[in-house]
Ligand binder design. Structure first.
Ligand code: ADP
Length: 482
C-alpha cells in the first residue's frame, strides 16, 4: 500500500513566482516540487500582500481569528502554479503600500508585529490544524520572519518538530522587550539563553535557540556562521547548535524548468550539447543596451545593490576590465549611492556599460543567456543563486570564494582546466585587488576561445537542480518526525 505523503508547513515572507525580493523566494517556491517525489507534500504559509488574493483566483477559507494582534485575520488556501499556498489575509498588517518589508525606503514601522503574526498563525495551524483537517508533521521556518514559530510552539507545549533555515543571518528581526506582551511572548524567557539579544529581542535568535534543528543554505556558510566575521553576533548560538550536531548546511538548487536555456521563451534557445545560439543572445543583449561589440568578455551583474554584494568593488575595478576589452550590463536596485555611481560609469563608457536600475525578471533571463560572465563579488554569500543560474546558462561565474559561491564554482586554475573540472573563476582575497586579478584572468582566458568554450561546456554540464539537496531535506525531516 502506498504510504501517505507526509506534511510540511513552510513558513516564509516571500515565495516565487508570487512575491520575490531575493533568493529566499526562489527556495521557498522551488523546494516543494523537489520534495514531493520524496514523500513530502508542502503547504506554504505567507502573508496576503496587496493584490495577491486577486492574482491567485479561487481561494477557500481554512482558518480564522477575530483578533490577530489587533485585527481580524483569515487564512485562505489556494493552488497557484503548482504551489499549495496558505495566504494569511490580515488587512491591518499587510494591506498597505510598499514592498514586503519596506515603504519609501524605510522598514514598515511594525515589521516585528507583522511577522510575529505570521509565525503565530503557523504555530496555531501546527497545533490545532486547519478547518480542512490538515496538520503538518514538520514545520519549516525561513529566516527571521518565521523565527518565532519554534518559540510559539514551545511555549504552547507542542512537540511538532521544526527546522529553521537561515538564508541570511544579517537580518535578525530585532525589537524592544516592551513588545513581548503584545506579541504573546513570555517575559520569563527574556534572558540571554533564549529571547534576549543584547537587551533586545531577536526573532532569528529565538528560532536558532528553539528550533529542533537549524540549517543554512550551503555547507561553507554553515561553517562561516560559527565565526565572528560572519555571524553578525549570533556565532555563539550557531556554534552551540553545531556542537550538538544540530546544524546542517544544505546547498540551494534552482528551478531548472524556470531556468532552462533550452526552452526559455525569452531567448534564442540552446543547451550544453549545442550552445551555438548563445552568440545570438549575446548580440541581442549588446543591441538592447546599444553597446559596441567588445573584444573581451561580456559580463553581467544581477543583484541587490548593497555593500554585501561588493558593488563598491565592481565600481573600482570595472573601468580596468572595460579598458582591457570587456563590457558589462548591470541590473539591480538598492543603495542610492551605488545607483548613482553606476549611472556615472555608464555615462563614462556608453559603448561598454549597460545599466538598468530596477527589478526585471524577464530582462535577467536575457542577460544570463547573452553573457559570457556573471560577476558575483559578494563579501558574504549564504548560497547565491545568480552563479547557479550563470552555470545553467553558460555564463561563466566569477565569484568571491565565500559561502555557497565557494561550494558551487570550481576555479579555472591550470590544473582544473586540464582535468576538466573548472567551471568559473574564484578569488579568495575579497577586496578590489582580488576582484581585479580574477577579472584579468577571465580576459586572458577569453583570448583562447577554445579554452573558453571548454570552460563554458563544463559550466553548462554542472548539475544545479534541487535533486541532491531535496533528498537531504527529506532525510532531515524524516529524522525529525521519527
Ligand atoms: P539575495 O537573495 O541575497 O538577493 P541570491 O543570489 O540568493 O541573492 O538571489 C538573487 C535572486 O534574485 C536571483 O534569482 C537573481 O536573478 C534575482 N535578482 C536580483 N536582483 C534582481 C533584479 N534587479 N532584477 C531581476 N532579478 C534579480
Amino acid at each position: 500500500m502506498a504510504q501517505r505523503l507526509r506534511r510540511v508547513l513552510s513558513v516564509a515572507s516571500e515565495c516565487a513566482p508570487l512575491v520575490k525580493t531575493g533568493g529566499l523566494a526562489d527556495v521557498v517556491g522551488a523546494l516543494p516540487a523537489a520534495l514531493e517525489p520524496l514523500g513530502w507534500r508542502t503547504r506554504i504559509l505567507m502573508p496576503a500582500y496587496p493584490g495577491l488574493l486577486e492574482r491567485v483566483g479561487r481561494t477557500r477559507r481554512i482558518w480564522r481569528d477575530e483578533d490577530l494582534f489587533g485585527g481580524p485575520a483569515t487564512v485562505r488556501s489556494c493552488h497557484f502554479e503548482g504551489l499549495d499556498l496558505l495566504l494569511l489575509d490580515a488587512p491591518h498588517l499587510y494591506d498597505r503600500p510598499g514592498g514586503p518589508y519596506v515603504v519609501d525606503g524605510h522598514d514598515h514601522h511594525d515589521n516585528h508585529v507583522r511577522f510575529a503574526a505570521l509565525s503565530w498563525v503557523a504555530a496555531r495551524i501546527a497545533i490545532d490544524g486547519t478547518s480542512d483537517k490538515w496538520r503538518p508533521d514538520v514545520v519549516h521556518a525561513h529566516d527571521w520572519q518565521a523565527g518565532l514559530v519554534p518559540s510559539y510552539l514551545k511555549y504552547a507545549g507542542s512537540r511538532v518538530p521544526t527546522l529553521l533555515t537561515i538564508h541570511n543571518i544579517a537580518f535578525q528581526g530585532i525589537f524592544g522587550p516592551d513588545q513581548l506582551d503584545a506579541l504573546h511572548l513570555p517575559t520569563w524567557d527574556f534572558h540571554p539563553e533564549a529571547l534576549e539579544y543584547h537587551s533586545l529581542v531577536s526573532t532569528l535568535k529565538a528560532g536558532l535557540v528553539h528550533a529542533s534543528r537549524i540549517s543554512t543554505v550551503s555547507p561553507s556558510y554553515a561553517q562561516e556562521l560559527t565565526r565572528e566575521e560572519f555571524g553578525f553576533g549570533l556565532q555563539g548560538v550557531v556554534t552551540m547548535r553545531r556542537d550538538r550536531g544540530e546544524l546542517s548546511g544544505i546547498l540551494n538548487g534552482i528551478d531548472t524548468e524556470v531556468w532552462n536555456p533550452a526552452t526559455d521563451p525569452q531567448i534564442n534557445n540552446y543547451d550544453a550539447a549545442d550552445p551555438a545560439a548563445k552568440a545570438a543572445n549575446r548580440q541581442a543583449l549588446l543591441n538592447e543596451f546599444s553597446l559596441a561589440e567588445p573584444s573581451g568578455p561580456l559580463a553581467v551583474v544581477v543583484t541587490r545593490l548593497t555593500h554585501q554584494k561588493g558593488v563598491d568593488l565592481l565600481l573600482e575595478k570595472l573601468p580596468v576590465f572595460i579598458e582591457s576589452g570587456g563590457a558589462v550590463v548591470v541590473l539591480g536596485s538598492g543603495d542610492p549611492g551605488y545607483e548613482y555611481a553606476l549611472g556615472e560609469l555608464a555615462a563614462r563608457y556608453p559603448q561598454s556599460v549597460g545599466l538598468h536600475i530596477g527589478y526585471d525578471e524577464q530582462l535577467s533571463h536575457r542577460m544570463y543567456a547573452g553573457a559570457d560572465l556573471v560577476l558575483v563579488p559578494s563579501r558574504f554569500e549564504p548560497c547565491g543563486l545568480t552563479q547557479l543560474i550563470g552555470l545553467r546558462y553558460g555564463a561563466i561565474p566569477l565569484v568571491a570564494a565565500t559561502g555557497g559561491l565557494r561550494d558551487t564554482v570550481v576555479d579555472a586554475t591550470p590544473e582544473h582546466l586540464a582535468d576538466g573540472t573548472a567551471t568559473g573563476f574564484t578569488f579568495s582575497d575579497i577586496d578590489a585587488g582580488g576582484l581585479g586579478f580574477a577579472l584579468g584572468r577571465s580576459v586572458d582566458l577569453y583570448k583562447d576561445q577554445a579554452a573558453w568554450a571548454q570552460l563554458r561546456s563544463q559550466a553548462l554540464n554542472t548539475p544545479v537542480d534541487w535533486g541532491t539537496s531535496a533528498a537531504v531535506y527529506a532525510r532531515l525531516f524524516t529524522e525529525l518526525v521519527s
